[in-house]
Design a protein around this ligand. Structure first.
Ligand SMILES: [Fe+2]
Length: 194
């Protein structure tokens, strides 16, 4: 993840669009020598050029800055392919239906990769009438706790925020097959079919 536009990104995107340095330069009103300098890390595009540079390269400014082009294959926005992002600074929880560039507190956040439950983060889901009573076997201290539980089905998300010194448990309405997610502030995201 970059903190500003890099020459490699400009070069890759320009070549992918079969554009010469001169053609790109003309579109944004600079000389081809300037583009060449950017691509060889001997200079950086002025911030005032970012909008037109991104436009000429066919991507958004934020993608240009990150050096990552987002191609969202989840066009039907199937919730089962959703992603979670958690800000390590303020604890913000962000849910998206597909790929996105997400930032919070000035940090670009990676999509969390969910792991299988381990012995220290095991979950039990007990069916009580039309609900699941879900409990995570885990400490709930201020330093180490489960910060949210989520139940995702193809068309719905139920997200429950949990707090330190509370209980790592909740009731979730039964909605058919889906995934249960839970997030430990120290050990990350876990997932289990439910
Ligand atoms: Fe943990």
């Amino acid at each position: 993840m970059n903190t500003y536009v890099t020459g490699t990104t400009v070069k890759q995107l320009r070549e992918a669009r079969n554009m010469t340095q001169a053609e790109l330069a003309e579109r944004i009103g600079v000389s081809s020598k300037t583009v060449s300098k950017w691509e060889t890390a001997k200079g950086l595009p002025d911030i005032s050029l970012l909008q037109s540079l991104a436009q000429a390269l066919g991507i958004s400014v934020i993608e240009l800055m990150n050096g990552e082009q987002i191609t969202n294959r989840n066009v039907s926005a199937n919730m089962l392919r959703c992603k979670f992002y958690v800000c390590p600074v303020c604890g913000n929880v962000i849910h998206t239906m597909g790929s996105a560039v997400v930032s919070c507190c000035g940090i670009t956040l990676p999509a969390l990769e969910a792991e299988e439950a381990d012995a220290f983060h095991s979950v039990t889901a007990e069916r009580v009438e039309d609900e699941h009573f879900v409990t995570v076997e885990h400490p709930m201290t201020k330093q180490h706790f489960i910060s949210f539980l989520a139940y995702v089905t193809s068309d719905r998300l139920q997200l429950v925020k949990l707090y330190p010194e509370g209980n790592a448990e909740t009731r979730l309405q039964l909605r058919g097959r889906g995934y249960l997610y839970w997030y430990c502030n120290l050990h990350g995201l876990f997932r289990q079919k439910i």
